[in-house]
Design a protein around this ligand. Structure first.
Ligand SMILES: Nc1nc2c(c(=O)[nH]1)N[C@H]1C(S)=C(S)[C@@H](COP(=O)(O)O)O[C@H]1N2
Ligand SMILES: [Mo]
Length: 435
């Protein structure tokens, strides 16, 4: 039996429960989240499965929403078909296009996940506004603390390598490998990229804004259009971040791989929340609510929790860290000549730590061999690996890669399903043919 997909740390589950109780007592803010939704999360007796699948999923733009977006160009950079698979308002990176690209994903190749469309913003009139009950002197929305682009660039900068990976990366394998029905964009494994981000520490900006001892949550909000799902506007993309994470390793990034942040990736400034699911890394950030009360938005209630029979009734705690995965730098269905020598390349990564080892099977999972690791394994990023292979028998087969991280997690054969198809972590069977 695979171990259950972890819905976040134990303390995150307790924290969530405490925050929901605070909401019931009138001590939390939940703009744009229905009373019913919150009661459902609170009520242990609620039918979690029905709730999770009946509501819209932000990973899954409806056909009508997508049609408008396509006419308007939801993504600005070129999306050549040899690099990208277009999926509605989003673009998935092809793994075969990463072969030979080095540790960091070139900006041109980096996947794009847009709820609506990339806005073209101007750094000269951009402002980051911080407001809310968690700041000293209680600045309201009408009396915020503001930082301009140059103000941020004048603060001490930090540079760090981190992946941004969608919570739904690998979702399609719940269906193709496990026969499960899940909602959302049918990503294969290309909803991830690794970049060298440069920016300022969110903690520095929060402290300069006058962070109070009472602050518990911060909620960055994007300047892209309001997200409409099932005919209802859920407002601008926003998701609360517990203060502990906000003060730990979160960046307000203005550079990506040494270049100005590209429009599609959040220009002028985005959050980068290392090791967490992609939705935490809000692009085109315009304001941050700093709150002394817990905050809720559709992105930490309806979305980005695990629903379904394998999970707590009413859903899991909000998702935080990413899970563990591996991918080959190969097209699906790649062809190899029997008797020739090849070097197979791939990458593995985990939200829980560095990669400790990777094993590869070139015969559908019967025999496994250790791969050579090509990066010094580090948390928050992937480790590249390779393995020699000389196929001998013509026919169809599968290549499999299985990673173990320094936290002791190994990719299982089966991922525990959830209705919205988040956090797929099982070993992926990569089809190839030998001729
Ligand atoms: N403002 C805003 N921020 C956003 C999103 C969005 O649609 N709007 N999408 C989120 C999701 S779901 C993911 S996976 C990442 C994707 O980042 P990328 O497009 O730079 O790859 O951005 C996150 N930040
Ligand atoms: Mo995402």
């Amino acid at each position: 039996m695979p171990s259950p997909a972890q819905p976040g740390d134990r303390h995150e589950t307790d924290y969530d429960r405490r925050r929901l109780r605070q909401w019931l007592a009138g001590e939390a803010k939940a703009d744009g989240v229905s009373r019913r939704r919150l009661l459902t999360l609170l009520a242990a007796a609620a039918t979690a499965t029905a709730v999770g699948s009946a509501l819209g999923n932000p990973e899954n733009a409806s056909a009508a929403e997508t049609a408008v977006g396509v006419a308007d160009r939801t993504i600005l950079k070129p999306l050549p078909p040899e690099w990208f698979i277009e999926r509605g308002t989003n673009a998935e990176t092809r793994w075969e296009a990463l072969r030979g690209t080095g540790h960091h994903t070139p900006n041109e190749l980096f996947f794009v996940r847009n709820h609506t469309a990339t806005p073209v913003l101007d750094a000269t009139d951009w402002r980051l506004r911080l407001w809310g009950s968690g700041l000293r002197g209680t600045p309201g929305e009408d009396r915020p603390v503001e930082f301009g682009y140059d103000d941020l660039r004048a603060l001490p900068s930090v540079t760090r390598t981190a992946f941004v990976e969608c919570a739904g990366n690998g979702r399609s394998f719940y269906t193709t490998q496990q026969g499960e029905t899940v909602t959302g964009t049918a990503w294969t494994l290309g909803a991830i990229g690794v970049a060298r981000w440069r920016g300022v520490r969110l903690s520095d900006v929060l402290r300069r804004a006058g962070l109070s001892y009472h602050a518990v949550d911060v909620q960055p909000r994007g300047l892209d259009a309001e997200y409409v799902s099932g005919g209802e506007s859920l407002g601008r993309v926003r998701r609360p971040l517990p203060l502990a994470k906000a003060l730990d390793d979160v960046l307000l990034a203005y550079e990506m791989n040494g270049e100005r942040l590209p429009h599609d990736h959040g220009y002028p400034v985005r959050l980068v929340v290392p090791s967490w699911i992609g939705i935490a890394s809000i692009k085109w950030v315009g304001d941050i609510e700093v709150s002394a009360q817990p905050l809720f938005s559709p992105w930490n209630t309806t979305f980005y929790r695990l629903f379904g029979p394998a999970h707590p009734e009413g859903g899991s705690a909000p998702l935080t860290r990413q899970t563990i995965k591996s991918a080959f730098e190969l097209a699906s269905g790649a062809t190899f000549a029997a008797g020739r020598r090849y070097v197979l390349h791939g990458r593995s990564w985990s939200g829980a730590g560095a990669i400790a080892r990777v094993e590869v099977s070139a015969d559908g999972g019967a025999a496994w061999r250790p791969a050579r690791l090509h990066d010094h394994p580090r948390a928050d990023t992937w480790t590249r690996w390779s393995l020699d292979w000389r196929p001998d028998t013509p026919g169809a087969t599968h290549l499999l890669a299985r990673a173990t991280d320094t936290a002791g997690r190994t990719q299982p054969d089966l991922a525990v399903p959830n209705t919205q198809g988040y956090l797929f972590n099982a070993v992926v069977r990569h089809p190839v043919s030998v001729v």
